[in-house]
Design a protein around this ligand. Structure first.
Ligand code: KG4
Length: 339
């Protein structure tokens, strides 16, 4: 079964052709990063307009690269939630039109479920159940992946997502947008114990997380140094920050893994590219006998292939959209029936 898969929930327009869930025939991405860099963050209105400009030609490229004609498509999968609502709606309306014109099924996909599915593309042997740490610019959550389409939220951030914190701190340091990659590179060779930064606990909810205190503490440290005319040891600051993020994510992931006892842990989303988080998870999983699945760096960020992969499993489970399909800024990863 060949699906055209469409992703437009944030600042990347992505279209892929995926066969039977796990074979990626093409995966094209138009990134808007350069444009949003001027503003130091994603400007939702600009994101939506840029998606409109490129989405149709990107779909043409995806078909050409896959060597598939429109008539060869068996369905259209699309991210319908969560994300910047204007941006999500561009993809949803494009996918609706294509599905209607070709008279093929329309399959709504939850963006975070797509990130989780990136692991199926990279690891053919991976099957549910497993615990997944989903960590990106908009999401930080632990998910019980019971089956390909039955998922439960185990815990989540109560405030900022981890990626958002990397981005805000990097913006104040002036080292680029999005900030996670530059912070990661800056941290190499730094002393991760040089700066004291907080790790928050959410009382009564051991699997929940909080990053706003860490973000504020990091920003205060930068501003205080500026006011005193002192210069920070930037590699050590970035390393200390990365360690604080990892100290929040990794123990909770291991606790969730221990409670569920599946013996399998996966990671998903842009922050899954972080070398500190990857390294700490590798060590923790090796110690506890958990098998760890990490997506390759190119599948950590937003892409269309992951939507085509998850779309296939949603299709098999009977999920369908129709002309009334809407986009949603927020949606539980349990992905209730909504249309
Ligand atoms: O998954 P993604 O592309 O988009 C969302 O769905 O949010 O994730 C983007 C996020 C950004 O916050 C970016 O700074 C972060 O992933 N990121 C990283 C790294 N690479 C990307 N964060 C930490 N370390 C990295 N190496």
């Amino acid at each position: 079964m060949k699906l055209l898969a469409v992703e437009s929930s944030c600042d990347e327009t992505a279209v892929a052709v995926v066969e039977d869930g796990r074979t990626v025939l093409s995966d094209v991405i138009a990134s808007q990063i350069e444009m949003h860099t001027i503003y130091g963050g994603v400007v939702p209105e600009i994101a939506s307009r840029k998606h409109v400009e490129v989405i149709a030609s990107l779909a043409g490229q995806a078909l050409a690269q896959a060597g598939v004609t429109k008539a060869g498509l068996d369905g259209v999968a699309v991210t319908c939630a969560p994300g910047l609502i204007g941006a999500v709606l561009v993809g949803v309306n494009f996918a609706k039109s294509v599905a209607y014109a070709l008279d093929v099924p329309l399959i709504p996909v939850h963006h975070v479920r797509g990130h989780i599915a990136a692991n199926y593309i990279a690891h053919p042997e991976l099957e549910p159940p497993f615990v997944c740490l989903c960590v990106s610019g908009g999401t930080t959550a632990l998910v019980d992946v019971k089956t390909y389409t039955d998922m439960e939220l185990l815990g989540a951030t109560r405030d900022d997502a981890a990626g958002e914190c990397f981005d805000k701190v990097a913006r104040v340091l002036g080292i680029g947008y999005p900030g996670g990659g530059p912070m990661d590179r800056l941290a190499q060779g730094g002393d991760d114990k040089k700066y004291e930064l907080p790790r928050a606990q959410v009382h009564g909810a051991e699997l929940d997380m909080s990053f706003s205190g860490l973000k504020t503490a990091a920003l205060n440290l930068i501003h205080n140094a500026e006011q005193k005319g002192e210069s920070l040891d930037l590699p050590s600051f970035a390393a200390s920050f990365g360690r604080a993020v990892s100290d929040t994510l990794v123990p909770r992931t291991m606790l969730a893994a221990e409670r569920l006892g599946y013996g399998k842990v996966a990671v998903a989303g842009g922050v899954a590219a972080n070398s500190r988080v990857r390294g700490d998870l590798e060590s923790a999983c090796a110690r506890r006998g958990e098998k760890l699945f990490l997506p390759p760096l190119k599948l950590c960020g937003d892409n269309g292939a992951m939507i085509g992969c998850q779309g296939y499993y949603e299709y098999l489970a009977g999920r369908r959209g129709d002309a009334s399909l809407n986009g949603y800024a927020n949606m539980d990863v349990g992905f209730p029936s909504f249309s």
